[in-house]
Write a protein that binds this ligand. Structure first.
Ligand code: GDP
Ligand code: MG
Length: 308
């Protein structure tokens, strides 16, 4: 399957849900009225874009409809697609120029951190970069083993300590190994299961201090992994993490097979956080750099001609 096809396929449910509902609303009106705007807002909220973002989209639609003297409801769909494309555009590129560069991957348990790291490792390796992974989720032995399996699959090095070891010490050793082995990219896993916010904050702060001290001039990305199937809950999680870490972007996983892909809009519009990667499956090549134009296009493709 080509990238666009696979991607479009992954968004099928979101498209059927959100875009299908939008099409239903537009099809039910002869002309553009206030009621139509209200119904659209509701359709967007049902599509997991969140109340604020739904309101913003409809407000912008009102402006553009008025400005361009649009009367036919059917023409509103392409305007909505443009509004969405503008809304999610920008900041999606990774800023990793220095050698080495560092990626810290954070997020709650089960969202797909370790899997995403495996996919990232494979992606960068394919680009000809040398990658090393740090198993700084030391909470459970299984988490370390799982990252080892991914390192193996991707064909990259890994640094690990024993279960229960100090995560910052793992990060320190990973950076040292990354430097001595001439790695381009150092990616560290972290634990998602910390007892409380203070605990999490302390641990992340300790990890940053290590990165700051060992690689003060290195580019770094702090990627928060969010599970798209959790919808608006993912937005709440992002808000929590924004309080404890200087996030540079989001990796949104499990977009395959969820109808809640509208959450991409909320993350960018409400939190001003760029989505940098999307996960569309459990396989090693099921990670894609986020492309706002392709996303918007895939989301607003015609749903009427879709086969089951
Ligand atoms: P972690 O606890 O955050 O490290 O999460 P894991 O990487 O262990 O992933 C939790 C589960 O989510 C695993 O069963 C993964 O296979 C699955 N998963 C991760 N990313 C995706 C994705 O993009 N799509 C699907 N369908 N499953 C995913
Ligand atoms: Mg994990």
């Amino acid at each position: 399957m080509g990238i666009f096809k696979k991607f479009g396929f992954g968004l099928k449910k979101t498209r059927e849900g959100m875009t299908g509902r939008i099409e239903d609303v537009l099809g039910a009106y002869e002309e553009i009225t206030d009621d139509l705007f209200d119904d659209l807002e509701e359709a967007l909220i049902m599509g997991d874009v969140g109340v604020k973002t739904a309101t913003d989209i409809v407000e912008e639609l009102r402006k553009r409809v008025h400005k361009n003297e649009v009367r036919n409801p059917k023409h509103a769909k392409m305007i909505i697609a443009d509004i969405v494309a503008d809304m999610i555009d920008g900041g999606e590129d990774m800023g990793l120029i220095t050698i080495p560069s560092v990626i810290l991957v954070i997020g709650v348990n089960g969202v797909g951190k370790t899997t995403t790291i495996g996919k990232l490792a494979a992606m960068y390796k394919k680009e000809g970069k040398k990658v090393i992974l740090g198993a700084a989720d030391t909470f459970r032995a299984a988490a370390i083993e799982q990252l080892e399996v991914w390192a193996d699959r991707a064909g990259v090095d890994i640094v690990k300590h024993k279960e229960g070891a100090d995560p910052a010490a793992v990060v320190y050793d990973t950076i040292s190994a990354g430097i001595s082995r001439d790695c381009d990219i150092i990616i560290c896993d972290t634990a998602g299961r910390l007892h409380n916010k203070k605990n999490l904050m302390d641990e992340l702060a300790k990890i940053y201090r290590v990165v700051e001290k060992e690689l003060p001039y290195a580019d770094r990305e702090i990627l928060l992994v969010l599970d798209a199937t959790t919808g608006q809950n993912a937005v709440s999680q992002a808000k929590e993490f924004m309080n404890v870490a200087e996030l540079t972007g989001i990796a949104l996983t499990k977009l395959d097979g969820t109808a809640r892909g509208g959450v991409v809009l909320a993350i960018k519009n409400e939190l001003k956080l760029p989505v940098k990667f999307i996960g569309v499956g459990e396989q090693i090549d099921d990670l894609q750099p986020f492309n706002p134009k392709v996303f918007a296009k895939a989301l607003f493709e015609d749903t009427s001609s879709e086969e089951e």
